[in-house]
Design a protein around this ligand. Structure first.
Ligand SMILES: C[S@@+](CC[C@H](N)C(=O)[O-])C[C@H]1O[C@@H](n2cnc3c(N)ncnc32)[C@H](O)[C@@H]1O
Length: 378
């Protein structure tokens, strides 16, 4: 879109996503790509709407104390879309994430306790799985707001073993390009440090080993140990299923991916596992007699599963989410149907990006318990 104007803006925070925000003189919100909260910048406006403007940094007039130099060669040279917050100090990134979770979850339920953000995931080299695009001999990530791929030399957030494997990944990509021209290649580092290209790399794994350990701990803390019957939706290959079974719970699990289901059945033979598309058939989940429900859906959330969960016998729900917007949409349904948000724990699982992982515990609200009791008495 054609640039229409340049304006000076004081940047106050990040918005919901990669852009930072400030206000124009006329009060309209300005979304600014490349700005850091605390910056004063001249913005090249590219879009003008009645209530907001959009643009990118033209000149930094006064840098934020939270702005930092980045040593990533791809951030500026190739406009890599992977780490939009990389020029912001780590403490500021974490403050922004905590505040976003606090603001959005409190909007859903004032009573919710928002626990401090967990910051165990290392700032660099943490990503043990990734998806790389290939096309015409180029292998790498996509440019910001574009489908176009640039050639990846090294990535600061990837596990160094993936960086070292880039020549082998490139060879595999070139072979595949001869067959299908272009596509994506999943890459993962397993628990033994081996890099897998394609194949098992397609099975979901938490982005880092630290995130997996931390989320497992938070899930085990949130599910009462005396809640014997646990239903797990979007179980993947059993990251949480296995430790729950080891603690003595009886598990029912649902997952759509056949490779994950196969792995889960081998890993947890005592679990009652069903391959099911939960987006298409949310009502087919049998939640009769469950004490707790655990769910960890993809970014789209699990809107249509909320009513069956709310109507189940579960007295607590643990919702692990990588998307704050869909999480809050789904929590609203649960709070409208007898649950309250007990607490939420934000986890900085994706440093350098706006993505936030959140673990939320919900319990039956007092109102519903009273209602049930009255019903029983009546
Ligand atoms: C965020 S992952 C969580 C996996 C697991 N909790 C873990 O930590 O490994 C989301 C899972 O949902 C599964 N999934 C995606 N869409 C689904 C659908 N429509 N029905 C059931 N499962 C789905 C994915 O295959 C993936 O395993």
């Amino acid at each position: 879109m054609k640039a229409v104007n340049r304006i000076e803006v004081i940047i106050t925070a990040y918005g919901r996503g990669p852009d930072a925000v400030g206000r124009a003189n006329d009060g309209r919100v300005v979304f600014v790509r490349g700005a850091v909260p605390g910056d004063t910048v001249r913005v090249l406006i590219s879009e003008e709407h009645n209530s907001f403007l959009r643009g990118k940094v033209d000149t930094i007039i006064k840098p934020s104390p939270d702005r930092r130099e980045t040593s990533c060669i791809h951030h500026t040279r190739d406009a890599c879309g992977g780490c939009p917050w990389i020029a912001t100090s780590q403490p500021r990134q974490q403050r922004e994430k905590f505040e976003a979770v606090h603001r959005e979850i409190k909007r859903v339920d004032q009573r919710a306790q928002i626990r401090p953000i967990r910051t165990e995931v290392p700032e660099w080299g943490y990503r043990r799985r990734t998806r790389l695009g290939y096309r015409h001999g180029v292998l790498g990530f996509r440019r910001r707001q574009e489908r176009k791929i640039f050639n990846l030399e090294t990535c600061l957030v990837l596990d160094p073993r993936i960086n070292s494997a880039l020549p082998a990944i490139r060879l595999e990509a070139n072979k595949r390009a001869l067959l299908h021209g272009s596509g994506n290649l999943d890459v993962v580092v397993d628990d033994h440090g081996r890099v897998h290209i394609g194949g098992v790399a397609r099975i979901f794994r938490q982005p880092s080993a630290t995130t997996e350990t931390l989320l497992t701990k938070l899930v085990l803390e949130a599910i009462p140990s005396n809640d014997i019957h646990v239903a797990e939706l979007f179980s993947g290959a059993g990251t949480f299923t296995e430790p729950l079974i080891q603690r003595g719970h009886i598990l029912r699990a649902w997952e759509v991916d056949e490779h994950s289901v196969r792995q889960l059945k081998m890993r947890c033979p005592s679990a009652d596992v069903e391959r099911l598309d939960l987006f298409r058939h949310p009502a087919r989940v049998n939640l009769q007699g469950v004490d707790s429900v655990l769910l960890d859906p993809p970014r789209a959330g699990a809107k249509d599963c909320m009513i069956p969960i709310a109507k189940s016998s579960a007295s607590s729900i643990v919702y692990v989410s990588c998307d704050l917007a869909t999480l809050c949409r789904d929590l609203r349904i649960l709070t409208a149907h007898g649950f309250k948000v007990d607490y939420a724990v934000p986890v900085d699982a994706f440093p350098q990006t706006p993505h936030i992982e959140t673990v939320v515990k919900l319990v039956r609200s007092t109102a519903r318990q009273v209602h049930v009791q009255e019903g029983k008495l009546g």
